[in-house]
Write a new protein. Sequence first.
Length: 96
Amino acid sequence: MVTLRPMGVDDLALVERWLGEPHVARWYLAGSSLEAELEDIGGNVAEGSGTHMLVVLHDGEPVGWCQWYLCSVDAAWAADMDAGPDDVGVDYAIGE
């Protein structure tokens, strides 16, 4: 069974390990760095920003993460993506 739970600060070490995996890094670290991504994800978790961070569990074991956000939170980015103000963005990473 696949379930989702809110990501906590304690999950960041696991996310760091996953970001180091080539199949994740190719998507999340293209044009970025491990440090920058961890800072961004950690900020979203700690600050309760408009990006909702979730850990994906398979049979109770963490296997990845996902995030969702209203595109209207960043109007410039939304315009670049041709997203409307009511659109939602979803990103995910399969770590294991």
